[in-house]
Write a protein that binds this ligand. Structure first.
Ligand code: ADP
Length: 365
């Protein structure tokens, strides 16, 4: 069964307005009548600008002339400035698609107009929610920053006085007393690391990131230099398996990510030697970088959890740490618009994957 084009146009769910080269309306469908509130005869042979709010009319006539000279299918999108005007004077947001057609040697333009009022309401609500959420995160990070800073000073005092006692009162303390004080200093150090990590985490959204083109090769070289002690101590081998890309991001933050991933790959590793392989490839709009180790691995049920703040799978005596490293990595990567995840099996090593968007202006290598 063939449906006639007239029926298709007439019953289309979008308004369809056919306009001639002079900008006069030649034909409209049923949805146009409903959408704009005019009777058909009221708008036929009228300038198409009648359907636009007055403030856009003169500009539209100019656009229309340009379009006549360079006709091609064009999507006018749904910018904040696209509005339709009903007969009763009310406005509504629209999305417009234009396509030129040659009819008897003359160009006519078919405009397909969609009322996007409902979509705009949802978009506006989402936008508002996003802004509120961002504000809340920033407020929370400001709070964490202030509190962490305030905690630093008394903590320094506790550590210093425990140190004085150990040094100046050593003869008067028995072994148990010394052990208590050493435990106290150990706890102060752990608290100091927690505060340091909280400050790092809070700083990610507090500071305006200084985005620039960063060579990952250089980042990796810096990180290896920084981890030189543990690399040598565990005789670890770091193998960069492919050319690494240049990415557009904050250099300090991306260094933090690779520092965490590499130090974990060496730390959670009893192999001799620990081997860490870094590989990169491209897929669509993203660089994929993986950091693979031959370490202790992670049970599948914990593989999401470890990206949460202060989530650890081991006691301090087994492996030192605060459990903030991967939460910091995730926050940094997600702020750039990338993702981070892990694939692993216990005793089979782990591979951490990150995706980094190739942003406009970022060299694509
Ligand atoms: P931290 O290293 O301070 O414990 P992270 O947030 O960096 O904190 O890591 C969280 C937990 O994830 C670690 O305590 C560990 O249990 C697990 N983990 C992270 N990286 C690895 C890895 N490469 N191999 C095995 N387990 C890992």
């Amino acid at each position: 069964m063939m449906v006639s084009p007239d029926i298709l146009i007439e019953s289309a769910p979008d308004a369809i307005v056919i306009v001639n080269g002079e900008g006069l309306i030649l034909q409209v469908n049923g949805e146009t009548v409903k959408m704009f509130g005019y009777q058909r005869e009221e708008i036929l042979h009228q300038p198409v600008e009648r359907l636009l709010p007055e403030r856009f009319r003169s500009k539209h006539i100019g656009h229309r002339d340009t379009y006549r000279q360079l006709p091609q299918i064009r999507h006018m999108g749904a910018g904040p400035n696209l509005y339709g005007l009903r007969k009763d004077g009310s406005e509504f947001p629209v999305e417009i698609r234009l396509s030129p057609v040659k009819v008897q040697e003359k160009i006519v333009v078919i405009s397909v107009i969609r009322d996007i009022t409902e979509r705009r309401i949802v978009e506006d609500a989402l936008h508002l929610q996003k802004k509120l959420l961002e504000e809340k995160v920033r407020e929370m990070d400001d709070f964490i920053h202030v509190v962490s800073h305030d905690l630093k000073e008394p903590l320094r005092g506790i550590d210093a006085y425990a140190g004085f006692l150990l040094e100046d009162y050593a003869e008067r303390l028995d072994d148990e007393g010394k052990r208590y004080l050493n435990t106290l200093r150990g706890s102060a150090l752990q608290l100091n690391h927690l505060i340091r990590d909280l400050l790092t985490l809070a700083s990610i959204s507090r500071k305006a990131s200084t985005y620039t083109h960063v060579q990952l090769e250089k980042v990796l070289a810096d990180v290896q230099r920084n981890l030189e002690f543990s690399i040598q101590q565990k005789k670890a081998e770091i193998r960069v398996q492919s050319t690494l890309p240049v990415v557009y991001c904050d250099p300090t933050q991306i260094r933090e990510v690779f520092n965490n991933l590499l130090s974990n790959a060496i730390k959670f590793n009893h192999a001799a030697p620990p081997i860490v392989e870094i590989t990169a490839r491209e897929e669509h709009d993203f660089h994929h970088v993986s950091v693979r180790d031959n370490g202790i691995g992670i049970e599948p049920r914990y593989q999401k959890q470890i990206f949460g703040l202060f989530e650890r799978l081991h006691r301090q005596e087994e492996f030192e740490g605060t459990g903030a490293g991967l939460a910091i990595c995730r926050k940094i990567i997600e702020r750039i618009g990338g993702k981070i995840w892990v694939e692993s099996e216990p005793e089979q090593g782990s591979t951490f994957f990150i995706t980094l968007p190739k942003i406009d202006g970022s060299p694509q290598n």
